[in-house]
Write a protein that binds this ligand. Structure first.
Ligand code: NAG
Ligand code: ZN
Length: 401
């Protein structure tokens, strides 16, 4: 099946409109498809809007955002505005809950999970499975002034960059299918973003003092049932892969593979890392990040757990890919849960490399090869934004090293 599809793609060349139907017939739905070198080179790298002081995307997240405080409200508004203005075709929802915490003196603290998704047009909600990119946006209450740059301001920004970078290709893909008069219900894949609230403990990590938002959402979605005859029984079963990003943005991350059933997806990320490095599209030094990429699925042993937002979903059978920087010899990154986890301690090459890597992964997952822009366009856009139309790409790279 795969071979036939690859040959067909080769035959089709630029006549993809003719062949699209055939391709999809051969391999409908969940088709993980490699993106060519040419298209990888065209993926946009974050630019000025990732500046930690003035950048319009990342810097507004780099503030304290403890649930129930003004900083938290401001960050939630920023996330919402980003989708409303940059990604107007995405649906936005909030899932709200309240809970007492060990330090709230009996008062209920509000938690708001942010949910955004984009489905193929006209396909009933219950018939779409969604690649789901997840990070928490709350910050820890102590030490005082804790920013949580890797935990998880930067991961939120990486996800925002990735989805905005594939959005127009998604649009083109679905428009092309509609132009062909194709039944889009053959297209079961959408994309979803979860920015979860209340991940951090207020006093000390326990089963009840942590994961406030994740526990509430997993329970809520578990009870929800899609209309009869839907492809997916509930919003939980419609999560085709739950990709959790946490503690990312420090130098030289070590990412282990924790789940045999999603090891294939982990390996695809490992392969993408290698390819992006060989194409000189990643600037951070250490390679490889995906230290288990050469293991086979049988050699992947779940540690019995890093406690994180995936747990309430894992417990309900959701497929998890946990991207967290953790190494046996050193544990979490050095700045973890200290005052040093701030904007200045982010390694920006690493943050931007992650953003490009997640863009590439989402593009492969959504099978966007034929709909991504060619390589020059995105860099030009970046330059025009900066008003640097005479600078070459190479010069631009050197200034950032
Ligand atoms: C949930 O909370 C958000 C943010 O406070 C608010 O805008 C939204 O209206 C609330 N949604 C519901 C259903 O209460
Ligand atoms: Zn944390």
């Amino acid at each position: 099946m795969l071979t036939a599809r690859f040959e067909l793609r080769a035959l089709c060349g630029h006549l993809f409109y003719l062949c699209l139907g055939l391709l999809l017939l051969l391999h409908p739905g969940e088709a993980y498809q490699k993106i060519s070198d040419e298209k990888l080179k065209g993926l946009p790298r974050p630019g000025e809007d990732f500046d930690i002081h003035t950048g319009s995307l990342l810097s507004p997240i780099l503030q304290t955002r403890v649930p129930g405080t003004p900083g938290h409200t401001a960050v939630l508004e920023h996330l919402t505005n980003f989708f409303r203005t940059s990604l107007p075709k995405w649906e936005i929802e909030f899932q709200n809950s309240t809970s007492k915490t060990p330090i709230s003196h009996g008062k209920e603290v509000p938690f708001v999970n942010f949910i955004a998704y984009r489905d193929p047009p006209g396909v009933p909600k219950g018939d779409v499975g969604r690649l789901t990119l997840v990070a928490h946006y709350d910050s820890k209450i102590d030490p005082k002034g804790f920013i949580g740059a890797i935990d998880s301001a930067a991961p939120c920004a990486m996800i925002m960059h990735a989805v905005r970078s594939i959005d127009s290709a998604l649009e083109r893909k679905w428009a092309a299918m509609q132009e062909q008069g194709m039944d889009l219900s053959d297209e079961h894949q959408g994309v979803q973003v979860l920015f979860l609230d209340g991940e951090e403990a207020f006093l000390e990590w326990t089963a009840t003092d942590s994961l406030y938002g994740a526990r509430s959402l997993a329970e809520h979605w578990d009870k929800q049932v899609n209309p009869a005859m839907s492809t997916f029984k509930s919003p939980l079963s419609a999560i085709s892969l739950f990709v959790l990003l946490d503690l990312l943005g420090a130098k030289k991350p070590t990412i282990q593979s924790y789940y045999p059933t999603t090891h294939w997806a982990y390996q695809n990320l490992g392969t993408l890392e290698k390819r992006l490095r060989s194409l000189d599209l990643m600037k951070s030094k250490k390679t490889p990040w995906f230290v288990d990429a050469d293991k086979n699925a049988h050699q992947v042993v779940s540690l019995g757990g890093i406690q994180d937002d995936h747990l309430p979903f894992l417990a309900r059978g959701v497929e998890i890919l946990h991207l967290i920087d953790y190494a046996h010899f050193r544990g979490f990154p050095e700045v973890w849960h200290t005052a040093l986890d701030d904007a200045e301690h982010l390694d920006m090459d690493t943050v931007k490399d992650w953003s490009v890597l997640m863009t590439a992964f989402a593009a492969e997952w959504m099978d966007l090869e034929d709909f991504l822009e060619h390589s020059e366009a995105p860099r030009q856009v970046e330059k025009i934004e900066r008003g640097e139309d005479t600078q070459t790409v190479d010069e631009e790279r050197r200034t950032e090293l």
